[in-house]
Design a protein around this ligand. Structure first.
Ligand SMILES: [Zn+2]
Length: 253
């Protein structure tokens, strides 16, 4: 059984066939998934999905990629993640690929989310792109070690991974790890300890090889597990079991 720790199956890309997507997820033995809302308007649909489907959970934070979204205070974030089906604050973090300086709004928003996660006593889902140093600095400065964090859709090198692991962080691998050019990420996926790794789709984006280019969905996450199994010299059942255990522990499910 597999745990897709990060997906967006509430998005318009699934409007016409969400029920079939959920059916295919079951058939593929993907028994759990966290559905991530990246703005306030998405909280209701994501919570509805989580309440109506066993094995689905929700997370919320204001997207680090959209400056136009209104910022929330720590207290406002805490209120919005009170529901027992809300298992994390995220995704939050830094994106220096899509967004360009001045980015104080992004760093301030990130720090506020970390403090909120500690107040709410929920772990953090971190988005970090081309911003490894600042991500680590802000995580440390705001006490992310206390609530715990995962670097979702990990796309850095071993140096970044090692520093995050040393802070107690987890690493989540998406379809990107299966791409031929992703040698740095594959090195991390080989070296990371058994008890610190997750798998995810980040669907509808980033479908894994051999489905690259298609709309992604949770039923594709076993392809990520299969790839990690090859890299780590294990069988897919072992990867499924250990990533399931890790995610259950992290999200306190
Ligand atoms: Zn995402």
């Amino acid at each position: 059984m597999f745990f897709d720790t990060h997906c967006h199956i509430h998005m318009p890309q699934f409007a016409n066939d969400q029920a079939e997507v959920l059916e295919r997820m079951k058939s593929a033995q993907v028994t759990k998934a966290v559905v991530v809302a990246t703005e306030e308007a998405e909280i209701a649909p994501v919570l509805t999905l989580a309440r109506e489907n066993d094995g689905l959970y929700a997370a919320f934070a204001v997207s680090p990629q959209d400056e136009a979204l209104p910022d929330l205070t720590e207290e406002e974030i805490v209120l919005r993640v009170q529901d027992p089906k809300m298992v994390a604050v995220g995704e939050t973090g830094l994106d220096y690929h899509y967004c360009h300086e001045p980015l104080d709004w992004q760093r301030n928003r990130f720090a506020t989310h970390i403090r909120a996660a500690n107040l709410a006593n929920k772990p953090l889902i971190i988005h970090s792109r081309e911003a490894a140093c600042d991500t680590l600095d802000i995580l440390k400065a705001n006490g992310a070690q206390n609530c715990g964090f995962v670097l979702h859709c990990f796309c850095g090198d071993w140096d970044f991974a090692k520093k995050a692991l040393d802070l107690g962080g987890y690493l989540s691998f998406s379809g990107i790890v299966t791409f031929r050019s992703a040698l740095d990420i594959q090195e991390v996926a080989r070296k990371a300890p058994d008890d610190r790794i997750f798998i995810e789709t980040d669907s509808p984006y980033l479908a894994p090889v051999p489905l690259r280019g298609r709309r992604n969905e949770p039923s594709f996450v076993p392809h990520v597990a299969q790839f990690l199994a090859q890299l780590r010299g294990k069988n897919i059942e072992d990867i499924a079991a250990l990533t399931m255990q890790n995610a259950n522990r992290f999200f306190r499910i």
